[in-house]
Design a protein around this ligand. Structure first.
Ligand code: NAP
Ligand code: GDD
Length: 346
């Protein structure tokens, strides 16, 4: 049996870590691109890593950055992947208002650099673009593959650009390039400044007496929250079809931020109203009010369906935080018992 090789950008992120686990379980050789930082950023994948001199090693990491097209093309030539999963991005919506240019460069143009590198190297590899429900923005729910885009942030606009570049390379050059339009998906590995993780961490820490309150912004927005560990299976299935196509991936159910907060605090026996404070710095200049994904196409064509809904997600995320406080860091978990509060402007 031929062993397949995958290249993952954003392997150090939430989704990259779950996808690497999945592909290694399926017998792939996995290469990941990691950007250089002054500290290690591999906490989420350390449990998967083996010394490259180990003959059993099947996960290999390479330095690279989305803003460096030459390096990306060189890595493609070197790795010769069968499948490329492009997950890397500046992925924080609020931050994209502070850093719109940098977000456009990595989240938007980064996709073009990768596609162009695949085209010019002539590799027959399949390409997955991490598109987002943020592209729908102000379009009323439920949203599906036919819903017109109306992005409400520099991040959403950059993702719309990347979506269309992916489709254009498919149409212009016959590349197997697909968009997975994923609605919000969370886990204990979620970045600490996204609302679900911020709230789950706060509920656990408040219960443990380590902090008293948490400051949040808009509690009325509604999101379709699923479980990241399930969503990476849909990514993989998209690259195993006969023809390339685009798919919405979602649970089909929405909850408000307020409901998610209530669920997290109730799980540890606390009344959220005693511990949540409003801070306008967490508001966005324009908000996405309501996302509900219609994933019926993914269900009928990929045989994929979400099973974990927001209330279960809230419980499992709070439990993971309590576990970290009791026992320290679990494999793949990037939480730390002494995690500092989120930077002010996020
Ligand atoms: P994440 O945890 O924020 O991970 C982002 C990854 O991109 C990290 O590995 C990060 O590296 C890397 N990265 C950022 N800028 C880079 C650059 N200039 N060069 C190279 N690598 C860079 O995001 P995620 O939640 O796993 O999401 C994965 C992808 O799906 C993203 O494209 C996101 O926009 C998209 N998406 C996410 C969701 C969701 O709900 N999670 C929904 C729809 C779409 P560092 O570790 O060094 O920061
Ligand atoms: N981050 C954050 N912090 N959000 C807050 C806070 C807070 O203190 N208070 C309220 N919110 C609200 C936001 O205004 C937003 O309406 C909602 O909580 C969710 O915010 P995030 O968790 O930051 O996620 P997002 O929906 O903006 O973006 C995520 O999902 C997209 C898919 O729809 C990110 O993962 C994007 O990368 C992804 O594309």
């Amino acid at each position: 049996m031929t062993v397949k090789t995958a290249l993952i950008t954003g392997i150090t992120g939430q989704d990259g870590s779950y996808l690497a686990e999945l592909l290694l379980r399926k017998g792939y050789v996995v290469h990941g691109i990691v950007r250089r930082a002054s500290t290690f950023t591999t906490q989420r994948i350390d449990h998967l890593y083996r010394d490259p001199h180990d003959p059993e090693a099947r996960l290999f990491l390479h330095y690279g950055d989305l803003t460096d097209g030459t390096r990306i093309a060189g890595l493609l030539k070197q790795v010769q992947p069968d499948e490329v999963y492009h997950l890397a991005a500046q992925s924080h919506v609020r931050v994209s208002f502070d850093e719109p240019e940098c977000t456009g460069d990595s989240t938007g143009l980064g996709t073009t650099r990768l596609l162009e590198a695949i085209r010019t190297t002539g590799l027959p590899c399949r390409f997955y673009q991490a598109s987002s429900s943020e592209m729908f923005g102000a379009a009323p729910p439920p949203q599906n593959e036919g819903t017109p885009f109306h992005p409400r942030s520099p991040y959403g606009a950059a993702k719309v650009y990347a979506y269309w570049v992916t489709r254009n390379y498919r149409e212009a050059y016959g590349m197997y390039a697909v968009n997975g339009i994923l609605f919000n998906h969370e886990s204990p590995r979620r970045g600490p400044t996204f609302v679900t993780r911020k709230v789950a961490t706060a509920a656990a820490r408040i219960k443990a007496g380590l902090q008293e309150v948490v400051h949040l912004g808009n509690l009325d927005a509604r999101r379709d929250w699923g479980y990241a560990a399930e969503y990476v299976e849909a990514m993989w299935r998209m690259l195993q079809q006969n023809e390339p196509d685009d798919y919405v991936v979602a649970t089909g159910v929405s909850h408000s931020v307020h409901e998610f907060v209530e669920q997290c605090f109730a799980h540890v026996g606390l009344d959220w109203r005693d511990h949540v404070r409003f801070d306008e710095r967490y508001l966005r200049p324009t908000e996405v009010d309501h996302l509900i994904g219609d994933a019926s196409k993914a269900e009928s064509q990929l045989g994929w369906r979400a099973t974990v809904r927001a209330p279960e997600l809230a419980r499992l995320m709070v439990d993971a935080e309590l576990n970290v406080l009791r026992n320290g860091r679990a494999p793949g978990d990037q939480a730390a018992p002494t995690a500092v509060p989120a930077p002010a402007a996020r």
